[in-house]
Design a protein around this ligand. Structure first.
Ligand code: BLG
Length: 487
């Protein structure tokens, strides 16, 4: 061994020893942020409490961001702990605190102003900022049309940032920012004519369109932007690269698309007119029957919103509805079902709802014990529409195909076969319009989802806007001259 080699070896040993000593004494914690999360077994995520991100529903915590973050935590094998911030400034400042949450998942846009505070992940959703106005007023079509309007946006939002940029070209442009409101409040204020315009992201508008009948898209404001998750800018890159890998997988295996459809796809499924009509009926018709739904649901231990969703699918909440086949009333009871449920007058909305609740419950109770919730409820819905006997046929077809007769996803594939001769001639009860039943269950579930979030406390809290939320600069100005009369 040369003297040089011996010297190097001694140095290496020395350095190693120092390294071991340092790490033993805890002077250097070399674990990455990802390792720390895994060691502690908890991922702390900060979000906003809003229908488009995170809220409480019939079965607990839910929302697009919550569901995605929950899957991420499950993948990491750790518990998810959600924290909420009241506004975006607070969210970013808590994210950068030394003992703050590790991740922010709140429909965030990787805007220039925020790049200094946070590192953003790859995008998981493309959205367009949209200018929103009230139906009946002149539709703004370009940035110049924003001049002289009462505009309110979320404080600290990318929309405020975009408006500030526009102000450089249009110095007379005025707008307000508020941290006392959420997106629903902004839309509510446009809907009620309390402000002229607001800016929201397309996904948030899509979700809320089914609630506010008067709000309309004026025009897309600038380019589409990408929603991302964020980690504090002080963090190492371990968590961020794990997030990116997860988002990539969620894109590839369809998880993102499913969540997007479930939360933001109402307008796509109902169509623009359908969403608008639903919103109108929600305000004008549902209040007349809500107490009947609630009472009947309580008696039968159901969620009243499921019963209401069925009523909307059956008759658009119209007590005198009649089908071509003579089925009648708000809940579309056949004569036989009405009789069996003790309904004397099918056209009486209260009786119709009580009878339907009783019938639905009876069907649900009669299903095989192997069928678990929530599928159990979807099976009961199918039986409500097609009859328990035909549903039994579809389950048998599923079994014969090697599918699971206790899973809705499998049985729903078989139902359309009940109207095809090659299949229904093999069944015990024969022909039935099973395709319609699939459609029926799908629609009821869609309305149920919508009703679930429009009746959640967060949205009901948005009534603060109605009761005179105080935004001084806005209050001072006169309502615009061309405001449309109330519909
Ligand atoms: C349902 C009955 C089931 C009955 C099935 O028909 O009506 N449900 C109710 O009365 C609530 O009881 O099952 S059976 O008794 O075991 O035979 C099958 O007959 C009602 C359905 C029929 C459907 N809507 C509730 O979903 C309907 O109105 N179809 C007609 C559509 S159209 O006007 O011809 O387009």
């Amino acid at each position: 061994m040369s003297a040089y080699t011996a010297f190097r070896k001694r140095c290496t040993v020395g350095l190693l020893a120092i390294g071991i000593l340092l790490s033993l004494s805890g002077c250097v914690d070399e674990s990455t942020s990802l390792e720390r999360i895994q060691k502690e077994g908890v991922l702390r995520v900060i979000t906003r409490n809003s229908p488009a991100t995170y809220f409480q529903d019939r079965s607990g915590e839910t929302g697009f961001e919550y569901e995605l973050a929950k899957r991420f935590a499950d993948d990491l094998g750790v518990e998810l702990q959600i924290e909420t911030a009241d506004n975006l400034d607070e969210l970013y400042s808590r994210l950068s605190q030394p003992n703050g949450p590790e991740l922010a998942a709140a429909g965030l846009t990787a805007s220039e102003e925020r790049q200094a505070q946070a590192r953003f992940s790859a995008s998981y959703l493309e959205v367009s900022p949209q200018v929103v106005y009230r139906n009946g007023q002149r539709r703004p079509t370009r940035p110049d049309d924003l001049l002289g309007k009462r505009i309110l946006v979320l404080k600290g939002s990318s929309h405020a940032e975009q408006l500030r940029k526009l102000q450089r070209q249009l110095p007379r442009l005025e707008f307000e920012e508020s941290d006392a409101v959420e997106v629903v409040d902004l839309l509510h204020m446009v809907d009620e004519g309390q402000i002229d315009l607001t800016l929201v992201d397309s996904n948030e508008l899509a979700m809320n369109q089914v609630y506010f009948p008067n709000v309309r898209v004026a025009f897309d404001f600038g380019d589409a932007s990408s929603l991302s998750w964020a980690v504090s800018s002080g963090e190492d890159l371990s968590l961020l690269s794990e997030v990116n890998a997860f988002l990539q997988r969620a894109k590839q295996n369809g998880t993102l698309q499913r969540l997007k459809d479930r939360y933001y796809g109402h307008v796509d499924v109902l169509g623009y007119v359908g969403a608008y009509t639903f919103a109108k009926h929600l305000q004008q018709r549902l209040p007349r029957y809500e107490k009947h739904f609630r009472n009947a649901a309580q008696t039968d231990q159901l969620d009243w919103r499921l019963l209401a969703a069925m009523g909307y699918q059956e008759s658009l909440w119209q007590p005198e509805a009649t089908s071509k086949t003579g089925v009648r009333g708000l809940m579309m009871l056949t004569q036989n079902t009405a009789k069996a449920m003790g309904v004397a007058n099918r056209l009486d909305p209260k009786q119709s709802i009580v009878g339907a609740g009783k019938y639905f419950n009876m069907l649900r109770d009669s299903l095989a014990a192997e069928i678990k919730e929530p599928d159990r409820s979807w099976f009961a819905l199918a039986a409500y529409n097609i009859g328990i006997a035909h549903l039994g046929d579809a389950r048998k077809l599923a079994e014969a195909e090697g599918l699971d007769q206790n899973k809705w996803l499998d049985v729903k594939k078989m139902l359309p076969r009940l109207s095809q001769k090659q299949w229904y001639r093999k069944t015990r009860y024969g022909y039935a319009r099973g395709g319609e039943t699939v459609h029926f269950v799908q629609n009821v579930r869609r309305y149920y989802d919508i009703l679930t979030w429009v009746t959640q406390p967060q949205l009901e809290g948005s009534k603060i806007a109605e009761s005179g939320l105080h935004i001084p600069a806005i209050d001072k100005r006169k309502p615009s001259e061309d405001a449309a009369p109330q519909l």
